[in-house]
Design a protein around this ligand. Structure first.
Ligand code: INI
Length: 156
């Protein structure tokens, strides 16, 4: 028989930090709303949710690293939106945010969920923040919840 180890959505006493970029807040607010709603619908209490706000996506990795190292949380959910403009700025912000979060995710010791949109247009951002392409905040929150449970199952 094949042994399978996986997580589920039952870790609803876990504590979550949501690290949120303020930039493009009209989109990011919907990601936050989706993430909070998803966690609450799975039984997570608002008392176990902390929102940490940073200026933009570039600042997200450092705040995630600090939150992950604080022993206050069981998982960290990064939420932001980088929308391509007419300048190369997008590439740098999106690249550094993604690279930084990848590094933090491996060293954090707790799950770090990636809910940062990197898109070409405002339309794509809207599509991925609660309209026809779902809500990346919901996805990130559910993956954090599942990963908390998986790590517990891997530890035992
Ligand atoms: N920050 C974002 O979160 N999204 C963006 O689309 C964005 N663009 O395109 O400029 C952005 N820039 C700000 C950046 O994250 C930093 O806050 C800023 O450079 C100060 O360090």
């Amino acid at each position: 028989m094949i042994k399978t180890i996986e997580g589920d959505f039952s870790a609803n006493t876990a504590r979550f930090a949501l690290v949120v970029g303020r930039f493009n807040s009209f989109v990011v607010d919907s990601l936050v709303q989706g993430a909070v709603d998803a966690l609450k619908r799975h039984g997570v209490s608002e008392n176990n949710l902390t929102i940490i706000r940073v200026p933009g996506a570039f600042e997200i990795p450092l705040a995630v690293q600090k939150a992950a190292g604080s022993n206050e949380y069981d998982a960290v959910i990064a939420l932001g939106a980088v929308i391509r403009g007419g300048t190369p700025h997008f590439e740098y912000v999106a690249g550094e945010c993604t690279k930084g979060l990848g590094q933090v995710a491996l060293s954090a010791g707790i799950p770090v969920a990636f809910g940062v949109l990197t898109v070409d247009s405002i339309e794509q951002a809207i599509e991925r923040s609660g309209t026809k392409a779902g809500n990346k905040g919901v996805e990130a929150a559910l993956s954090a919840l599942e990963m908390v449970s998986l790590l517990r199952n891997l530890d035992t």
